[in-house]
Design a protein around this ligand. Sequence first.
Ligand code: 4AD
Ligand code: MG
Length: 468
Amino acid sequence: METIARTKIVDVLKSEAFGTKVNVKGWVRTRRGSKQVNFIALNDGSTINNVQIVVDIEKFGEDYLKPITTGACINVNGILVESQGQGQKGEIQATEIEIYGTADPATYPLQKKGHSLEFLREIAHLRPRTNTFGAVFRIRHHMAIAIHQFFHDRGFFYFHTPIITASDCEGAGQMFQVTTMDLNQIPRTEDGSVDFSEDFFGKQASLTVSGQLEGELAAMALGAIYTFGPTFRAENSNTPRHLSEFWMIEPEVAFNEIEENMQLAEDFIKYCIQWALDNCMEDIQFLNNMFDKGLIDRLHFVLKENFIRLTYTEGVKILEEAVANGRKFEFPIFWGADLASEHERYLVEEHFKCPVILTDYPKEIKSFYMKQNDDDKTVRAMDVLFPKIGEIIGGSQREEDLDKLARRAQEMGVPAKDIWWYLDTRRFGTAPHSGFGLGFERLLLFVTGMANIRDVIPFPRTPNNADF
Ligand code: 4AD
Ligand code: MG
């Protein structure tokens, strides 16, 4: 075969260099045609669009073309010619075709017909080859770039917090343990409890539920930082919005109070959505047509609205009024209750019809590190609530007073001996500061319009599922 430098299909489809030789490589989506001529739709992942390869059957021979079925991988030399068909500029008249790999139609699971998202989850190793997951994972990439660009442009530093940790940041205890102990022969202390001093780290260790505490240490030195990494939660919630392993972005900013924190969160999400519209429109358009006809409108809508800001107390009042007027919820609503996703979505989708930032939650339902309000009942928390998603961001102003922080940690069962280093930030040069965490996959749910969080991460981890 003649050696011609490969062109990605995304570039071939933009090219108007008709009459020139090109090389493309990719996976066959379909091959169809007549006795004289075949049309191969070829995709290489660089774009959702396929390039059409026109094949003169006589030139290659029926037998040679036979293994070129859906899923096969081929290497094609040809002449770029102006397309006769609609919607694309060019197509390739094949001069040489090398078959890299066949895909036996009897066993290749991704045939032409549409597959359910549930079925595709069972073949997560192959689903990136579908239009849907190609689109989702390209968008996922672009969103990661957007996030780094947003913070970089604003002088934030990307700070790497540990994945293995000995502290439970959220104080909720839903952590995956990390151990090298032989589970059949667990070393025990004299009183019978597990002797973690014998374990790898000489103490009990887990996978992190949040990089925030370490992020705060960095903010108290670098001024403004963000983390962006994997996060683990062993909560047994089998919902379309929870993963056991997800990615979280956590900015932390010295001298920011809650208002500035809210503004940062709003600017941040809008920036990401604008970036998606600017850089991923073909993929978004596909998902809009395929799954969610309201997707593009919803993205534009969020961009132009100012997020409604109100307190938890005001929010609960609205929900209680709704109940009084006959609105039914699965979970009870009263001051002090943790809001369920149905409550959050009622506020966003039915009451305000706009993203909402709820602040000043009861201290009992929030983490020990949040700044305590003077009312002694609420803390300076903020949750950003989104249509279709519910909570997309959780954050707060942090308690900067050492005594108040230490007392609250103790009350909530977080041992001071585990977080002495965190308390040191309040001991030495403490300052007001704030931050939040955005669930990357929740953002992706919103931007792609997908309904299940398992479909926006390549290899989802959920209770009873760690395949691939
Ligand atoms: O509200 P969360 O638990 O807040 C924290 O972890 C803080 N330390 C953040 C901070 O202030 N730096 O989690 C933050 C966000 C949620 O709003 C949600 O978007 C996402 O992380 N999230 C999950 N996403 C997928 N699966 C799960 N199990 C998630 N739990 C939280
Ligand atoms: Mg939260």
